[in-house]
Design a protein around this ligand. Structure first.
Ligand code: NAP
Ligand code: MG
Length: 400
């Protein structure tokens, strides 16, 4: 059998710990035997980031911009404990933060549904995709303690030096205050990424915020979404047979719970942080969640939603066998390969990506899976068998 090839490389970003090990195994057992992998390789492992003063992360982001498609392994975001463990020169920022800032992207997370793993919300028969705005709000806020008797005001100095003050609060006792921001540019990019993604997935888009309380701030989000939708997307949505709906975030949550899934839920940064963990848990597992960062100019970076699975890595390092779930990392690869296939009209490559996803799910549905799934698997007539990671990958390879 001849291997499938394609023209333009994919940016390949390898990461840390257990997911770094699984990365190589996925290539060895599931990709190399079938595909002439053509990648531009960036080692985002913490050792290399430290060696290059984190320049490698920026180079990788530029490569995704240039090549249009990237695939990323989970990476360590260093803290004090990691600084000691890896003897780091300094505490580097989160690679995902750097990539999101450079690509100005929106993160889309979709649960991977499989028979035998039942969502906690039984009416969710189709996946719900969360679209999380990845810039600003409380993630770029300044906050401080306020002493008793102080007055807090918001001061805006325009480019000519003219000052405008807005009262926040006159404190009789002590308290707290926080200042946060967003930009029209980033909100517009978020809106376009959501509309584009809805069109490509052919799914309805819901957006929830709180403009009744946060009239100017959340009102600005609502207004920008409405303006861009009316001027650029209304007709295209109608042609595709899909809808855009804005509703208050609390009403949105109630509708989500009653729904059967199958739509995209756009969330402001903080709402997206909270709601994506709720959804991942409700659908079964973080290891069964695909994730893609989409930039407003149509660049795609695929990743797993979980971390580097440190606890399993320490066991692996001590020579123990682990049963770490590789599904989200496999789907990062299939997402990237299918996107590259689409961009080159390469049907064989798109079909391979689909076949690998199908083989992965059918392996689980036939009873062979990693330990995290085996403990919650329930399907009539199928007895779950827990495999270690490599045996699970070999079982998938047999099914392709
Ligand atoms: P984690 O790596 O997601 O793992 C937390 C726990 O969730 C694991 O100990 C394991 O539970 C379970 N789990 C996660 N993924 C799994 C998988 N594929 N298969 C089986 N079980 C899985 O989160 P963490 O331990 O909080 O973070 C570890 C490192 O990852 C940190 O250095 C953090 O900075 C980094 N991180 C990176 C990303 C990213 O790059 N996207 C995201 C989050 C965290 P059990 O131990 O009970 O088996
Ligand atoms: Mg979170």
């Amino acid at each position: 059998m001849s291997k499938i090839s394609y023209k333009q490389p994919i940016a390949e970003l390898q990461g840390d710990e257990m997911t770094r090990i699984i990365w190589d195994w996925i290539k060895e057992y599931l990709l190399d035997p079938f595909i002439d992998l053509n990648t531009e390789y960036y080692d985002l492992g913490l050792v290399k980031r430290d060696e290059t003063d984190d320049e490698i992360t920026k180079e990788a982001a530029l490569a995704i911009k240039r090549l249009g498609v990237g695939v990323k392994c989970a990476t360590i975001t260093p803290n004090e404990q990691r600084r000691t463990e890896y003897n780091l020169k300094r505490l580097y920022p989160s690679p995902n933060g750097t990539l999101r800032a450079m690509l100005d992207g929106t993160v889309f997370r979709t649960p991977i549904l499989v028979k035998g793993i039942t969502p906690y919300v039984p009416n969710w028969t189709k996946p719900i995709t969360i679209a999380r705005h990845a810039y600003g709000d409380v993630y770029k806020a300044t906050d401080c303690l306020v002493p008793e008797g102080a007055k807090a005001e918001l001061l805006i100095t325009d480019k000519d030096g003219k000052e405008t003050k807005f009262p926040v609060h006159n404190f009789t006792g002590s308290g707290i205050v926080q200042g946060m921001h967003n930009t029209d540019k980033s909100i517009s990019a978020f809106a376009r990424a959501c509309f584009e993604f809805a069109l490509s997935a052919k799914k309805d888009l819901w957006f929830g915020a709180k403009d009744t309380i946060s009239k100017v701030y959340d009102g600005r989000f609502k207004q920008i979404f409405a303006e861009i939708f009316d001027s650029e997307y209304k007709a295209r949505f109608a042609d595709a047979g899909i809808e855009y709906m804005y509703t208050l975030i609390d009403d949105c949550v109630a509708r989500v719970m009653r729904s059967s899934g199958g739509f995209i839920w756009a969330c402001k940064n903080y709402d997206g942080d909270v709601m994506s963990d709720m959804l991942a848990t409700a659908y079964g597992s973080l290891a069964m969640m695909s994730s893609v960062l989409v930039s407003p100019d149509g660049k795609y970076e695929y990743e797993a939603a979980h971390g580097t699975v440190t606890r399993h890595y320490y066991k692996y390092r001590d020579g123990e066998e682990t049963s770490t779930n590789p599904v989200a990392t496999i789907f990062a690869w299939t997402g990237a390969l299918a996107k590259r296939g689409e961009s080159e009209n390469n049907i064989a490559l798109v079909d391979f990506a689909k076949a690998l996803e199908k083989a992965t799910l059918s392996t689980i549905e036939s009873g062979y899976m990693t330990g995290d799934l085996a403990s919650m698997f329930s399907l009539d007539g199928v007895k779950p068998v827990k495999l270690n990671t490599v045996d699970f990958l070999k079982a998938i390879a047999k099914n392709i």
